[in-house]
Write a protein of this length. Structure first.
Length: 216
């Protein structure tokens, strides 16, 4: 109520997330907040890289592996992997640890690690194959429409999707056909992670890419 609600509900401020479902569900049912102007990187990634026969979503850890080495160094990848393991061990043994305040440094760093690269992903992959301003705007529009439909569908469900079912792709890739193909020689124009842009938000949960389980 101290201002965050007005930002989340503001149509003029784009919210960039990875997997909008958990955050949207929590905000809607716990605080009666419905986000507007949503851009889901998980949706964008599926549009760009998934085949229509691929019925499963990619976790943030898998998506991070797609970032060029100049944006995410080998040392940083290793640090994030260690941090993930440390955080997982903490909330595996204590399911209420996220409710404790102040959060321990490991959990703060873990939560931050999920948002640090989102804007880079949006800039890098959002421009892929977009040879004109019209094509780029169309790409952005298709991802945003699907992201907001996804939020609306999940929040209004009577029976929530949980466990392995949450790893299944819950949106159509039909709109990806409206996005220009990616050139074979495309490498992107992002040189650093110092972008200034939309707000980045990450669903604070651990998504196990091997089992397909999302642990809250």
């Amino acid at each position: 109520e101290g201002g965050l609600r007005s930002i989340l509900e503001d149509q003029s401020v784009q919210k960039v997330l990875f997997d909008v479902r958990g955050d949207a569900d929590s905000l809607a049912h716990n605080y009666q907040v419905r986000m507007r102007n949503i851009y889901d990187i998980q949706v964008m990634y599926a549009f760009r890289f998934s085949e229509t026969t691929d019925n499963f979503l990619k976790s943030l850890n898998i998506v991070l592996e797609k970032l060029p080495i100049n944006l995410l160094s080998t040392a940083e990848r290793q640090r994030l992997h260690r941090l993930k393991n440390e955080a997982t061990n903490l909330f595996t043994t204590d399911r209420q640890i996220w409710d404790k305040r102040p959060l321990c440094r490991t959990l703060v760093d873990y939560a931050a690690s999920g948002v640090m690269q989102l804007l880079c992903m949006k800039t890098l992959w959002g421009e892929m194959g977009c040879m004109s301003e019209y094509e780029y705007n169309n790409c952005e529009h298709q991802v945003q429409i699907t992201s907001e439909e996804r939020e609306r569908e999940f929040v209004t469900r009577r029976v929530q999707i949980q466990g392995r079912a949450k790893a299944q792709r819950d949106f159509s890739l039909e709109r990806s056909g409206l996005i220009p193909p990616i050139p074979d020689n495309f490498c992107g124009n992002v040189e650093s992670n110092d972008d200034v842009g939309p707000i980045g938000v990450y669903d604070i949960c651990d998504y196990d890419s091997d089992s397909g389980l999302c642990e809250y």
